[in-house]
Design a protein around this ligand. Structure first.
Ligand code: PRP
Ligand code: URA
Ligand code: MG
Length: 212
């Protein structure tokens, strides 16, 4: 596996804004979408092109179009939904395979509750999206699921990744590349990424519990 931490000033700036604890849900959502636009741009740089031709205003014009495999975007529910529009802005025709995985807050084990994959996965590239790669349990479970369904070409986009999760995915699935906006310091005792974003699902959906 290769991990690509995208070095782009717009990504750095927008990630800095997202780390502010009192950011509104609306702004957090908008920034998640914008950073995902930029990650998608980077993660598609190696897409193959083929020549084609169209009727242009002055006659036939040779153009290029994306060749090869079709894409399925794989949001890991819930938080992955916060990156979905960001990918679809640039790949509007992609089919969506929804995967529901929730991390047990005590054991940190990933539990699967939904598997709604598109067909012909052996002929598609899967682009998994999840804002947070923490212990790596959720991403490994999703890759396992996609491979069981026949998918052989898998990459993942995350906003923040912890070294612990990167190591786990690297060891388990060395063929999967991860594109991330930031590699952070590591995990705290509760399995949260430091400095991270806090609970990305809660911030995207506005479900943060009030403290007693
Ligand atoms: O790398 P891991 O240790 O598995 O942790 C990362 C997972 O935790 C979060 O989801 P969560 O389980 O909180 O579900 P949610 O999206 O419904 O909030 C996050 O969106 C990842 O899916
Ligand atoms: O830091 C973390 C870790 C897991 N899930 C989150 O939403 N945030
Ligand atoms: Mg959550």
């Amino acid at each position: 596996m290769a991990i690509y931490e995208i070095q782009h000033p717009l990504i750095k700036h927008k990630m800095g804004l997202m780390r502010k604890a009192d950011l509104s849900t609306k702004s957090f959502r908008e920034l998640a979408r914008e950073v995902t636009n930029l990650l998608t741009y980077e993660a598609t740089k190696d897409f193959e092109l083929e020549h084609s031709s169209v009727d242009g205003w002055c006659g036939r014009v040779v153009v290029q179009k994306i060749a090869g495999k079709k894409v399925t975007v794989v949001p890991i529910l819930r938080a992955g939904i916060g990156m979905l529009e960001g990918v679809l802005d640039l790949i509007p025709g992609a089919k969506v395979s929804a995967v529901g995985i929730a991390r047990n807050e005590e054991t940190l084990e990933a539990g699967t509750y939904l598997e709604k994959l598109v067909g012909d996965l052996d002929q598609r590239m899967a682009m998994i999206i999840d804002p947070m790669l923490a212990t790596g349990g959720s991403l490994v479970a999703t890759i396992d699921m996609l491979k069981r369904a026949g998918c052989k070409d898998i990459r993942a986009l995350t906003l923040v990744s912890a070294p612990e999760g990167i190591a786990r995915v690297t060891n388990t699935h060395p063929d999967v590349d991860v594109y991330t906006a930031s590699i952070d310091q590591g995990l705290n005792e509760d399995g949260y990424i430091i400095p991270g974003l806090g609970d990305a699902g809660d911030r995207l959906f506005g479900t943060k519990q009030k403290e007693e």
